[in-house]
Write a protein that binds this ligand. Structure first.
Ligand SMILES: [Zn+2]
Length: 299
């Protein structure tokens, strides 16, 4: 017991000494004109700053979520305007049966974007306030990215016509490259995720369409071939289109892949003559949407 008392005294002394040393040290480290309350004040303002920062971060996170939601909505709307309705997934389409009294037709341009002719065709379409669909070749798009962007910014639909425009048989890997690379580049340049595909030369059994269908693309053929690739006189081209034109039809023309001067020359007449027959022009997604609507109205 004695020992315990003897031990307790030095402990108290030690604690007192420790407190004293601590106070001396603190007074040395704090500038003389700085009150303890000021120290606390600094801490409080720091807490306020941290809180404000946390509020800002929360606001920023909310803003980011709102922006992402808006962008998703934008993509959804854009895709509604730029792709096929899901009921056409994996289908092969030559034309559609539009709702009664709808004399509509879709102009489509293949193998571009092409220097000069794509611009000339875009200008003619703009002058006539017509929207069309462009089936672009990936390698051509890589060479003319600005024209690809212009197609979309001017309200037209951009779609997939493979990377190399080959006709020969392709295994699934080669077909995947031809189609996937083109879709990726279209998306990278324009933000459009297309699900519209047209096989080069209209070949249906060389592996490309099989791959496209497995990936839920709608395969778009045509019902009115202008045969513009043979470069006939513009008047002949106009007559050929008129001969095959029908409501719900798809007209095949070319803005690239060769000399398309004759197509550019014939296009204003093709538009005027079709308009005189009462046709109005729609894009492929608009055309497909009309078949969907007419199916619904018939039920
Ligand atoms: Zn082609």
């Amino acid at each position: 017991m004695e020992n315990r008392k003897f031990v307790a005294v030095p402990h108290k002394t030690f604690i007192a000494l420790l407190l004293l040393t601590g106070t001396v040290c603190l007074s040395l480290t704090i500038p003389a004109n700085l009150q303890f309350s000021q120290l606390l004040g600094i801490n409080r303002s720091k807490i306020k700053e941290v809180n404000a920062e946390a509020n800002n971060q929360q606001k920023f996170a909310e803003f980011q979520t709102a922006m992402e939601a808006s962008l998703n909505e934008q993509f959804k709307r854009q895709n509604l305007l730029s792709g096929a309705p899901t009921s056409f997934n994996g289908k092969i389409i030559y034309d559609i049966k539009p709702a009664v009294n709808k004399k509509v037709i879709a102009l489509t341009f293949d193998d571009g974007p092409w220097e000069n002719t794509t611009t000339q065709i875009l200008n003619i379409l703009k002058q006539n306030n017509i929207k069309a669909t462009f089936f672009v070749v990936g390698s051509a798009l890589q060479n003319n990215p600005e024209l690809g962007k212009q197609i979309v910014t001017e309200g037209h639909v951009i779609a997939n016509h493979t990377w190399n425009h080959w006709y020969h048989f392709m295994n699934p890997q080669a077909a995947a490259f031809e189609i996937d690379q083109t879709t990726k580049l279209i998306y990278k340049l324009t933000g459009v995720k297309t699900n519209l595909f047209r096989p080069p030369g209209g070949h249906l059994s060389n592996g490309l369409v099989a791959y496209a269908r497995s990936k839920n693309y709608a395969t778009l053929m045509w019902s009115a071939d202008s045969r513009d690739f043979q470069q006939p006189p513009p008047a002949t081209m106009v007559n050929t289109v008129l001969e095959y034109a029908r409501p719900g039809g798809i007209v095949l023309l070319h803005d690239g892949g060769g000399d398309r001067t004759k197509t550019v020359q014939a296009l204003p007449q093709i538009i005027t003559k079709l308009q005189q027959q009462g046709y109005s022009f729609v894009t492929i997604p608009e055309l497909l949407e009309m078949e969907k609507m007419s199916e619904k109205s018939e039920k």
